[in-house]
Design a protein around this ligand. Structure first.
Ligand SMILES: *Cc1c(COP(=O)(O)O)cnc(C)c1O
Length: 403
């Protein structure tokens, strides 16, 4: 493993200084190749990827069906503007609508974009137009993560992330997660929507209480608010269902998605029920790459493949296996999450960053999602032998780190 991949790339390229803006921490490994759950660094060392990007490559690296669809589309038509149609975007949109129809029973419409933050931006604009003038505020939860653009940062319930960028856009307020009374108290006539993650991913893999989501739904109905669910990390099978909201049996008005829907290709989408989507008119929103053919071909292939292998069921089964084995390890207080979106809470005194480093050194990719918890999100295609191999590495590292 290259100890200082960043310095190495600067050296090797002959650059005088790092060519990137310093918004990310210095990476420690430079990966060259991936296949399924496996990754190889530039020195040829093998790793098990139990993070999948950040819950992105849910079908594993270099999935042949995705590669094939991408290459075939690249060889046919990459892009035409939204002044015209292409043949693949309607197909991909109908597949998303079908998934939502099957999982929440509502007919809806899709807006394609290129990332999670953009999917939430579209949802926030939809909420403002839905509310009308004077009813523009959106309530989200402390500890949430909704993106890095100004509006999605404002929606993100982490005041420390706002600090350098004040003033934040107007119309965002935050409440304690899983506390229905706090949410009810925050509603006034200026509020148009509630925005929540079914499992707070970046916030530490904290699942919403199913009853909380049902109470939020009831409250939104009572007050005429939109219930927007950010399924960017939880969607597409990750939690053991197609969408996180299914665990609570709630019917959202708007769902945002990205990450796994492209398996590494940058794409996102905002879905809304037909009734809600109808508040948008031509010119209200857009994006140069909305529904671009290459991205649509990838989404189409990802959904087909996920259906073929029943990815949600795999996530539920492998997730139960992985969490059960991890929970039994010395040094582990508990495992939380859903399906294959898991956090391993370490015993007091164990530092998650140190554990992450030691795991990486032994060839297991995870991340320290809090100071005391590791996040594990392997591909939904992970095998039982790979789970055993990863658990053995975690066991060895925790034993080494335990006092
Ligand atoms: C990753 C993530 C986002 C932001 O997605 P980008 O593609 O990085 O813009 C938003 N919400 C949630 C829940 C996420 O996990």
């Amino acid at each position: 493993m290259s100890a200082h991949a960043f310095e190495q790339v600067v050296e090797q390229s002959g650059a005088q200084y790092c060519p990137f803006m310093p918004v990310f921490g210095a990476p420690q490994v430079m990966f060259a190749r991936g296949r399924g759950t496996e990754l190889w660094d530039t020195d040829g060392n093998r790793y098990l990827d139990f993070l999948s990007g950040l819950a992105v490559t849910s079908l594993g690296h270099s999935h042949p069906a995705v590669t094939q669809a991408m290459c075939a589309q690249a060889d046919t038509l990459l892009h035409v503007s939204n002044l015209f149609a292409n043949t693949v975007a309607p197909q991909a949109a109908m597949k998303i609508n079908q998934l939502l129809l099957e999982t929440c029973g509502r007919e809806g419409q899709v807006f394609f974009c290129n990332s999670g933050a953009e999917a939430n931006e579209a949802a926030l604009k939809l909420a403002r137009k839905f509310g009308g003038r004077g009813r523009h505020a959106v309530i989200s939860a402390y500890g949430s993560f909704h993106g890095r653009t100004l509006a999605t940062l404002a929606a993100t319930g982490q005041p420390a992330k706002h600090e350098p960028f004040h003033p934040m856009p107007d119309g965002f307020r935050h409440v304690v997660f899983n506390d229905i009374a706090a949410l009810e108290a925050a509603i006034d006539p200026s509020v148009s929507a509630v925005l929540l993650e079914p499992v707070q991913g970046e916030g530490g893999v904290l699942p919403a209480d199913p009853q909380y989501l049902r109470d939020v739904r009831a409250l939104c109905d009572e007050r005429g608010l939109l219930m927007i669910l950010d399924e960017i990390q939880t969607g597409f099978g990750r939690t053991g269902e197609w969408f996180g909201f299914q665990h609570a049996g709630v019917v959202p008005d708007v769902v945002t998605m990205a990450k796994a829907m492209g398996n590494g290709f940058p794409v996102g989408a905002t879905w809304a029920t037909r009734e809600v989507a109808a508040v948008f008119q031509p010119g209200d929103h857009g994006s140069t790459y909305s529904g671009t053919a290459i991205a649509a071909a990838v989404v189409d292939a990802v959904i087909d493949e996920m259906r073929r292998i029943d990815a949600p069921r795999l996530a539920a089964e492998r997730g139960a296996e992985l969490s059960g084995k991890l929970a039994a390890l010395p040094g582990v207080v508990g495992v939380r999450g859903a399906g294959l979106l898991l956090a391993v809470e370490l015993v007091p005194g164990l530092d998650a960053k140190a554990a992450y480093q030691a795991l990486l050194q032994r060839g297991l990719v995870t991340n320290a999602v809090t100071a005391t918890a590791l996040r594990l999100a392997p591909p939904l295609t992970v095998s039982s032998p790979e789970i055993d191999e990863a658990v053995a590495i975690v066991a060895a590292v925790l034993q080494e780190l335990l006092p």
